[in-house]
Write a protein that binds this ligand. Sequence first.
Ligand code: BGC
Length: 367
Amino acid sequence: MKKLFLVLSIAIMAVLIATGCSSSTGGSGDLKVGIVLPTKDEQRWVQDEERFKEAIADSEYSAEILFSQGSSAKEKENVNTLISKGIDVLIITPVDGDSAGSAVEAAKKEDITVIAYDRLITNTDAVDYYVTFDSVAVGEAQAQYLVDHSEGSGVPLYMYAGAATDNNAFLFFEGAWNVLQPKIADGTFKIANSSEAEALKDKAELSREEMSKIVSQLTTGWDPNEAKNKAETHLTSAGDDMKGDVAILGPNDDTARAIADVFSAESGITSYVISGQDATKASIQYIIDDKQSMTVFKDVRTLVKDAMDMALTILDGETPETTGSYDNGSTEVPAKQSDVISVDKDNVKEEIVDSEYYKADEFTGLE
Ligand code: BGC
């Protein structure tokens, strides 16, 4: 019997490792909180996992974290697993905002409180709360950096977007457009890689459909390979007037590094300024090395704390505090929102190391 158990355990471990699905449980007592994150393949979500683990270890409740590995089907399976384990609160970052609807509706049927974490779940009323960063401010910070660090006029502007299945990609783009559009209109920038943005360049405010046209054209799918391929295609078809000193709206760190590598290898590009977000370790090193210009630091410690505090308040039978609400296409979801910080080489030490987010010895060349 013991042997069989051992063989089974090893088999289960092997499946977990093979599918990249990891699970970690912490705290004590019955499982009360289930956490579902979109993928372990991006450092952004590994950061969240680490911070959740720290928070769970300090909590009197038990919690479990599952990863969906970029698959909505896996996500649904994860939610069902947690439902069957008897959770009372589900904290979930959807792989695809619309597709996650059926998973959270299943949770709601069991009276589980659903908290959307960082990414909104759209077009369902089965979301109780939303804990998020100010994503419009993320896009504004990225774009403002490009404006502040580009010289003269007629600067070629290359824009890239996140995944069209992620509501955040729209919020980031909306924020970027708020800042970039007037600078396109006054001739500071000229659009290098989007016929859809070119067609809408005189409109200060875009509808969701208009934004969707641009985002669909400029999407990276949050995938560095897709970002790299797109950047290569854009540079191959760009004339000399779209080269020289350029500005690049990089949607997040992983895609920004891929795009930056393509631009730095192109002889016609004399300099580039490129944005990112997430303060991933790899991109902090790129910033120190002058290969990526900036990142938007979204302190995951704050987001995890907000989500866990909210979950604990709900478990105590009380109503959590919120700071506003987001329309998810079906209902107004009460939300708690956190600020973001623009980080470049000048303040990287202060914001990232002095704040103890990462340790200095994780980087080389940090002054
Ligand atoms: C998150 C970003 C992340 C991106 C890709 C977005 O929803 O807000 O922090 O880089 O997804 O995973």
